[in-house]
Design a protein around this ligand. Structure first.
Ligand code: ZN
Length: 443
């Protein structure tokens, strides 16, 4: 995602009048010395406690909310949007800020030009864009939203899947409900058309809400970077009334193989049962990794990709629980039909790859240890192969030097997870996906 240049931010902070933004929200301001005061719209305010200082282009509430800042902070607070989105709104003088007049010396310094009040954010796609482009661009928009969402970033950090390279390469995103700002108005023909197409793609539901709102999104990209399937992981505590599922996919059959681009450079592959587990290994330096769609979610597409790329060995890193064991056996038998040897990665009982990483001081070391100890699976009841060496997973990025021998290093207790995260072992795997419950429209 392109970073917003500092000069651009400075320009917005200097040029967009806080006074006009505040007045545009219906706040009456009265002069008081160098300042202007009015009733703060963000809480019940009888004693005008909102102070605007035009000389510094700042605002501050002396009352209950205590908020303040410059024009960007005002738009974030008033519109309930992210920093980046506020910047976008200010850049483009969205109709939501109808009284804002931006001065853009944009074209060769031809002088300040007032932006029309009906100016809109650039549309996500042009009306003639194909469905694939609409899908790709929407997931790209979600990826941009992630960059400014603290809660989503904190989730990734806690799960040790926040490597910036991984987040960018796998286009991890978050659905912060602002997609509508980038679509033509829903009352227009173009707006109706694009919403209908988004419904067809499964990104908008019949309730008109976004399918993945409030979810982190993990798209499954093909070798050219186009989105096939999307896995959604609910962020935060599920609403006890609407009970949104923790795991969600696009409607319809699964499409695509996660990290298929990496299949070309390896004859050994690690297979996890969830994208979060696979991403965990990738972030720890094990890049030849993919994810099934749950313990029984090995698709024909997976099988075809393994065969087409000449993969010879698969390390099955499903959860160490009965479902994981059963799925691993089934997968090993399936792989044996195309001559691929399988090895079971034996994690501590009840744990998945991500839990192991989260609980480890040095995830790369610890995961590497489990991968090296993977045991050959006798999928066809034959003697163990003599010709194939023990699997030695390739760590492409050497882990940080270990200060003490791994064997003696005490494994720290996993940090306690908040209530919403305390789940039975393996429950964080898409094998347990249930049909999504349609939440009541809340807005
Ligand atoms: Zn206030």
């Amino acid at each position: 995602m392109a970073r917003i240049p500092d000069a651009e931010l400075a320009r917005l902070k200097a040029e967009v009048s806080v006074q006009r933004l505040v007045e545009g929200c219906g706040v009456e301001l009265r002069r008081q010395g160098k300042d202007l005061v009015g009733r703060c719209p963000f809480h019940e305010d009888d004693t005008p406690s909102l102070v605007v200082t035009p000389g510094k282009n700042l605002w501050h509430c002396l009352g209950a909310c205590g908020r303040g800042g410059g024009p960007i902070d005002w738009v974030m607070t008033a519109q309930g949007v992210s920093f980046r989105h506020a910047v976008e709104l200010l850049r483009e003088a969205s109709p939501a800020l109808s009284t804002v007049t931006l001065t853009h010396p944009r074209t060769g310094g031809s002088g300040p030009a007032s932006r029309s009040a009906s100016a809109k954010l650039p549309a996500l796609v042009t009306p003639d864009a194909a469905d694939q482009e609409l899908l790709d661009k929407t997931l790209g928009f979600y990826a941009e939203a992630l960059a400014t969402h603290e809660g989503a970033q904190a989730f990734l950090a806690k799960r040790k899947i926040d490597d910036p390279e991984a987040v960018e390469q796998f286009r991890v995103g978050f659905v912060d409900r602002t997609l509508g700002y980038r679509l033509p108005g829903s009352q227009t023909a173009a707006g109706r058309q694009v919403r209908k197409r988004l419904r067809g793609l499964g990104l908008i539901k019949s309730t008109r809400h976004e399918h993945f709102r409030g979810y982190l999104t993990f798209p499954v990209l093909d070798a050219e970077g186009h989105v096939g399937e999307v896995y959604g992981r609910l962020l935060g505590t599920p609403d006890s009334r609407t009970k949104p599922p923790k795991h969600l996919y696009l409607p319809g059959p699964h499409r695509g193989v996660w990290n298929v681009a990496a299949f070309a450079d390896t004859d050994e592959l690690i297979v996890c049962e969830s994208i979060i587990d696979a991403l965990t290994l990738w972030c720890a330096g094990f890049r030849h990794v993919t994810a099934a769609y749950g313990t029984d979610g090995w698709t024909d597409e997976h099988q075809a990709a393994v065969e087409a790329h000449g993969i010879r060995r698969v390390l099955i890193a499903f959860d160490a629980d009965p479902a994981g064991d059963k799925g691993a056996k089934t997968l090993a038998a399936e792989l044996a039909t195309i001559g691929v040897e399988s090895y079971r990665v034996e994690l501590p009982p009840g744990q998945d790859v991500n839990e192991v990483a989260v609980g480890a001081k040095l995830p790369a070391e610890t995961l590497g240890k489990f991968l090296r100890k993977a045991s050959w699976m006798d999928a066809l009841a034959r003697p163990a192969p003599q010709t194939l060496p023990r699997p030695e997973p390739v760590v492409e990025e050497p882990p940080a030097p270990e200060p003490e021998p791994v064997e003696d290093a005490p494994e720290p207790e996993p940090e306690p997870l908040p209530a919403a995260e305390v789940v039975e072992p393996g429950l964080d795997s898409p094998a347990h996906v249930v049909d999504p419950v349609e939440p009541e429209p809340a807005e």
